[in-house]
Design a protein around this ligand. Sequence first.
Ligand SMILES: [Zn+2]
Length: 109
Amino acid sequence: MNYKYRLITGVFSIIIGILLIGASILFTAATLTLIGILFLVVSLVYTLFVYSIEIFIKDKELDIEELKKQGLTVVICENCRRNNVIEDIYCIYCGERLEIIENNKYDSW
Ligand SMILES: [Zn+2]
């Protein structure tokens, strides 16, 4: 499941929750109101959770183009194979010491 699909599911659940509350008012059913409120709260928390996780992941990924513009050297960690900046000295993901190896540079592939 990707981010968009999860977000749509969350929003859809919120709509169902609102509809349940609306229906319960129409039929004056207290149990249905409780279910509707519960549904609404759960789906709201879920949607917010999905949304904040997405922002957190985006925040963690390095913007290669931006780093290059700043004159930093992008290298790949020998240990976990993720992009890093040599100026950081240590890998920001696994803590392995970063080294410049000619064919290890981001530019070469
Ligand atoms: Zn690493």
